[in-house]
Ligand binder design. Structure first.
Ligand SMILES: C[S@@+](CC[C@H](N)C(=O)[O-])C[C@H]1O[C@@H](n2cnc3c(N)ncnc32)[C@H](O)[C@@H]1O
Length: 244
């Protein structure tokens, strides 16, 4: 059975500092999700705010990698873009197709492993909320709901591949907007993008309380040196890159 969700701003802990740039208020579109498909949350909303500020214009061609329920693809389509959305999960693809059909918005949803389904196409903008949570080696990174967040011991299993492929997927002057956690090395993303010809920097930050996945993994993260004892929340960042 499908779950219904509102893409709405999540509650923040009273102690959490305000974001450097607040995520723009999200539309309250109701999204259907088959079981196991990622529920749009703080990272989705942070990236949605950055997209709105970036000025996605009517007619622009936008690629949403790791689309899940299609929340960000729909957001781009509502801003007027022609959108292609990709996810590796059959359930995510079915959910995104359903949501875009219900919204009557022109989003092409494809199943595939990152850029493999696109046959060398280039876009004006690439957006992505990929899996980025560091995970013990025995965590399932390929199957089940965990595929939405588990990203190998350093959290960079998918991030590095996106960095390496982004230049080929963008037209000259094309924009990349990517959200990740401080736990998976935003500096590594910036450096890797630079090496691929995409000048990049962090453009948004927000600190959110640990969710159940990180709470359950906190001891392991500390043992890996990825989380210090003083840190009481997860910092999410949006990285903005531009292909020269
Ligand atoms: C954190 S969720 C984000 C979903 C959605 N963009 C959002 O913000 O609500 C990450 C998504 O990446 C997908 N994914 C994981 N590995 C992938 C890959 N190699 N290629 C394409 N999609 C992938 C998962 O199935 C999941 O739907």
């Amino acid at each position: 059975m499908a779950h219904q969700d509102a893409l709405r701003r999540p509650p923040r802990a009273p102690s959490a500092p305000p974001p450097a740039t607040a995520a723009a208020p999200a539309r309250t579109a109701r999204l259907l999700r088959l079981p196991g498909v990622y529920r749009p949350q703080a990272d989705t909303l942070l990236l949605a705010g950055a997209m709105r500020r970036e000025g996605i214009l009517p007619g622009m061609e936008v690629l949403d990698l790791c689309t899940g329920s299609g929340a960000l693809a729909l957001h781009a389509a509502r801003l007027g873009a022609r959108v292609t959305a990709v996810d590796i999960s059959r359930r995510a693809v079915a959910s995104a197709r359903l949501n875009t059909a219900l919204a009557r918005l022109p989003v092409s949803v494809r199943r595939g492993d990152l850029l493999s389904a696109l046959r060398g196409r280039a876009f004006d903008a690439l957006i992505s909320n990929p899996p980025y949570v560091p995970a013990p080696a025995d965590s399932p990174a390929r199957l089940g709901a965990g595929r939405a967040w588990n990203a190998g011991p350093d959290g960079r299993l998918v991030l590095d591949r996106i960095c390496d492929g982004a230049a080929a997927a963008l037209r000259p002057g094309g924009i990349l907007l990517l959200v990740q956690s401080h736990l998976s090395g935003p500096e590594a993303t910036v450096d890797r993008l630079a090496a691929a010809g995409i000048g990049a920097a962090v453009c948004d930050r927000v600190t959110v309380p640990f969710g159940p996945v990180l709470r359950g993994r906190a001891r392991w993260l500390r043992a890996q040196g990825l989380l210090s004892h003083e840190v009481g929340g997860e910092e999410l960042v949006v990285i903005r890159g531009r292909k020269g």
